[in-house]
Write a protein that binds this ligand. Structure first.
Ligand code: RNT
Ligand code: ZN
Length: 422
């Protein structure tokens, strides 16, 4: 049964007055939500496969499990799937592309040879959709990354190859940002690390700093392009040591005033990233978020509306950090319908932001007056406020299915399109 527009309007009216009693303007919250773009990661659509000539398997200590039928095999299929997902997500968003999703016309174009021209169709597609784009060098799934090191490799020739790839990626990012009139965040993540306990933890980090300095040597116009660096605690095959740790990149980003990328799955399993935002943003210019969900390890499960996600959204809204935070997604699940995965994860991220935007001012007032009993009581009661009715209204007003109605669209796309992909 689909959600009827009459019942949505009715529930919303009740919710609106309930929130008004608490001093919350639901219309203002919805307007604020429309201004928050989420960068959808292309790699959920094809299990981090990319479109290169090599067919090199995924590597770099990240892994996708599952073989749900219908994954995108070509750029056209991936764009069609993204179109479908975007039609089920309220608001204007962005596309986050990895370098190995370039369109190389079946030719061997190695990573150090990529050019903005390999991304023209993506840029045109984003332009037609009124979307900005973000970008990433792909420092994995390549023979020159096979021994687990890239920018911190002991061999200069290998380091130089990856430096050139990252430089090429920044140029592509800048071209995207210029073409689309909104800065592209190009995020450098490398897998470099050791499976077992290293003797020398320092030299690889010195090499990484040197490589990054070379990658970032050319100044690019911040109107078109921003650099981010992503830290990590461990990966599969780099359990004992990751060169680009949190401390490394926190230091590097502060020293060089780069964006720090915080991925929700890149810390100890019970460590959240929410509490890092207010601190990091005192010292780095901006933040890139990789909203993800680790289950026991950095498993990149689809984002759900859990406490960790809500804590991130609360921090961003309460401290007015949204203008300096770029929100991107980073999960990949091949065990369920991939378009549903995008839709669920993105809608949940938006829901968490809406809930944060609807927070009653009484919480902060209780804290200010030193009444921590009231703060806790209000915080817990706020969880029961009718935000779901506001969400449905938000979706309906933007011509996007409310409630669970989007699932019917995914099912129909699955039978009409995905099931035909062998
Ligand atoms: C890996 C990082 C990185 C990747 C993507 C594909 O642990 O999270 O962001 O997931 O670049
Ligand atoms: Zn990430």
């Amino acid at each position: 049964m689909s959600t009827s527009s009459k019942s949505i309007a009715k529930s919303y009216a009740v919710a609106q007055s309930r929130y008004a009693e608490m001093g919350v303007d639901t219309e203002a919250a919805m307007t604020a939500l429309t201004r928050i773009p989420i960068s959808l990661h292309c790699w959920q659509g094809d299990d981090v496969g990319g479109f290169e000539y090599t067919g090199e398997g995924l590597s770099g200590g990240i892994a996708v499990t599952g073989n749900y039928p219908g994954k995108a095999r070509t750029p056209e299929e991936l764009r069609a799937d993204l179109d479908k997902a975007l039609s089920l997500i309220p608001g204007k968003h962005r596309l986050n592309l990895h370098a190995f999703y370039g369109e190389f016309g079946g030719k061997k174009v190695d990573r150090n040879e990529i050019k903005p021209s390999h991304f023209t169709t993506w840029i045109d597609w984003a332009k037609a959709n009124g979307m900005g784009m973000d970008f990433n060098p792909t420092c994995f799934a390549h023979p020159k990354a096979a021994d687990g090191f890239t920018l911190a490799h002991p061999k200069k020739a290998i380091r130089d190859f990856w430096i050139d790839h990252c430089i090429a990626s920044r140029e592509i990012g800048a071209a995207m940002g210029k073409a689309l009139g909104s800065p592209t965040v190009t995020n450098v993540w490398i897998p470099d690390g050791f499976k077992d306990t290293p003797v020398d933890r320092l030299s690889p980090r010195q090499r990484l700093e040197d490589s990054l300095d070379k990658v970032f040597a050319k100044k690019l116009n911040p109107k078109h392009h921003l650099d981010a660096v992503e830290c990590k605690l461990f990966g599969i095959g780099s359990e004992s040591y990751v060169v680009g740790s949190h401390e490394f990149y926190m230091g590097y980003a502060i020293k060089n005033q780069k964006l720090l990328c915080l991925d929700a799955g890149h810390f100890h399993p019970t460590e959240g990233i929410a509490d890092k935002l207010s601190s990091a943003l005192m010292f780095v210019p901006e933040i890139l978020l990789h909203v993800s969900r680790g289950v026991r390890w950095d498993s990149d499960h689809v984002v759900i509306l859990d406490d960790a996600l809500q804590a991130i959204a609360n921090e961003l809204v309460r401290n007015k950090l949204l203008t300096r935070t770029h929100i991107g997604l980073d999960f990949f699940d091949a065990s369920i319908n991939r378009i549903a995965a995008w839709t669920i994860g993105t809608r949940n991220t938006l829901k968490s932001l809406l809930i944060a935007l609807l927070e009653p001012p009484a919480l902060r007032e209780a804290e200010k007056s030193g009444d921590y009993t009231a703060r806790l009581a209000l915080m817990e009661d706020a969880k029961g406020l009718p935000w779901g009715a506001v969400w449905d209204q938000y979706c309906q007003a933007r011509n996007v299915p409310a409630g669970n109605d989007w699932m019917a669209e995914v099912k129909s796309y699955e039978s009409k399109v995905l099931s035909k992909r062998a």
